[in-house]
Design a protein around this ligand. Sequence first.
Ligand SMILES: [Zn+2]
Ligand SMILES: [Zn+2]
Ligand SMILES: [Zn+2]
Length: 103
Amino acid sequence: MSGTGGSSSLTQSFPCREPNCNREFNSKSSLADHSNKVHGGGSTGNRRPKKCTMCSSTFGTRSGLRQHEKNVHLLLTYDCLICGTPFTSLQDLTSHQDRMHKQ
Ligand SMILES: [Zn+2]
Ligand SMILES: [Zn+2]
Ligand SMILES: [Zn+2]
């Protein structure tokens, strides 16, 4: 007896729609769970705004937040206590002090 060959194992898959993520899930709740844990923003289309931890400004994209942090918060300068020269990073200041003010 030959069967009709009709397989009823039609599985629906729910692919993650985040860029750089190719995962697929067999249920919507699994996808939502993954999205929450891995991407931290619930399902796509319901993205939480990115919030700056230093001034509480919110941004629609992570790169927007990064740009803001760079522009607003990374302009802090470190002044040399000995000669007053400002540096944008502690590393620069340290190497300056090592070179210029070595005893
Ligand atoms: Zn994903
Ligand atoms: Zn900020
Ligand atoms: Zn100095």
